[in-house]
Write a protein that binds this ligand. Sequence first.
Ligand code: ISL
Ligand code: CA
Length: 560
Amino acid sequence: MTIVIDRKWWKESVMYQIYPRSFMDSNNDGIGDIRGIIDKVDHIASLGVDIIWLSPVYMSPNDDNGYDISDYTKIHPEFGTMEDLEELLNILHSKGMKLIMDLVVNHSSDEHQWFLEAKKSKDNPYRNYYHWYPGKNDQEPNNWVSFFGGSAWEYDENTDEYYLHLFTRKQPDLNWENPKVREEIYKMMRFWLDKGIDGFRMDVISLISKPEDFGDGDISEFNKLLIQKYANGPRIHEYLKEMHEKVLSHYDIMTVGEGPGITKELANDYIGKDRNELNMIFQLDLMFIDFGPEGKFDYQPFKRREVKQLLMAWDHALGDEGWNNIFLDNHDFPRLVSRFGNDKEFRIQSAKLFAILLLTFKGTPCIYQGTEIGMTNVKFDGLSEYRDVETLNMYQKYVVEGDMNEADFLKIAHIQGRDNVRTPMQWNDSENAGFSEGDPWIKVNPNFREINVEKDKESDDSIFSFYQDLLHFRKNNLALIYGSLTDHDPDHDFVLAYSRKLEGKGYFIICNMSNESLDYHLPNNLDLNKILKSNYSDSTILNSKATMRPWEAMIIRIET
Ligand code: ISL
Ligand code: CA
């Protein structure tokens, strides 16, 4: 029997995320820029990835590093010019690679022309581009809190009303109920697609439809509030279908929606094959794994078993209906080797283990810049070294207004803060890691002399070459891309064991996510003898038993 697979280029590709501010600075003003990316295209191409996702490079006052956009069709001069962007796009296309851009349309900047108009008066034609409400008993319209702490409402004295901002007060939420807003957004999307970009990563797209009633929510747990009030609003699918019909369906592109609040049960409503909405979502359950009731800075250590369970449960929930995206870090969450691995004595082994996981799990993998060389979290000395608005707001909440002491706060920031992943890319062991000859906008991780691209490229045993090799192995390997995924050991606390099979052939993958050694019994009905890839040079299987050292991982051929 031949199985019909629904082949798509975006399923067969691997993504690489660039956070432009921190990637490469070409003019030594301390800020990464588009020409810097152009200078480093060969690095990305040599890795073997297919699609670059570029975090925002648009005009922005940078309250949230570009996720607050004041002009959607202009490039911020600190990143370069539109010509630079077009040149990057051409170079990537000439190398057979693709470029997807960030689409941030749940909110704009408060310095966007629309908002500048909207706040002028209640009858301004742009007023209902945003969500304005009168206060209730001289207080905010309801008890909603922002993702970054504090109220989700900001009072405007001039018009005596509040506007909604689910993120910072400089990121007012756009009112998608207004058809004019939607048309403006679609027009802007066409502007980019007509330039030839290959798709969008859609920022917090699950939040664009607001509930009909702006009543109080249950704020005892942020995640509850998120699911009940902020995400999956009543008109979300109507909007996405409209966007698909009016814009997306006219181009051969890919879309991946960032989906806070999308549960695995709801995911296929967004990405199901015949839904005509999105191709994939970034699910955040795994990224929120260590969030307490108050969220990220209410840190609660997780169990490795939960990591396994979440990965498997999502694969199962999507089934053959939806297509997943596989990522373990990005510009909002800690470095994967520090969070899920061991960034000390087993940094190299655990980074390679997660390379195997990323590239053999079912879905389109996305690699965040620096992960290909095993970059780690950073331990800044004091608050003054932090740049991220989330971390600074949380300091306000927990230390200035709360009773946490500074040292405890810094401990959490070191584990959870977004600046962990925003330190400059480590290119070599020269000053500022080769990122800039100027003063970088954020400090370089002091471990750059040990961990850098140049050093990794010199060795054929490095994390970088391991990624290269696996990317090559994955390419055109239909069993790894489309093969069904079966969990072979749901009960083990820290060994992840799964198979990927297409028409009876395929691979068995085992990952020992621990600092311990153990003998692992392989299922004996699969004839597992030939180790194809491993993160140790001398991995062995004997009589269906794999001897596994700390963080050892293998891809084994399934013979029968
Ligand atoms: O890091 C988080 C908060 O603790 C996440 O919940 C994050 O805010 C969420 O994933 C949404 O992220 C996206 O939208 C934000 C922006 O700051 C992030 O960088 C972006 O990825 C607002 O645009
Ligand atoms: Ca620069």
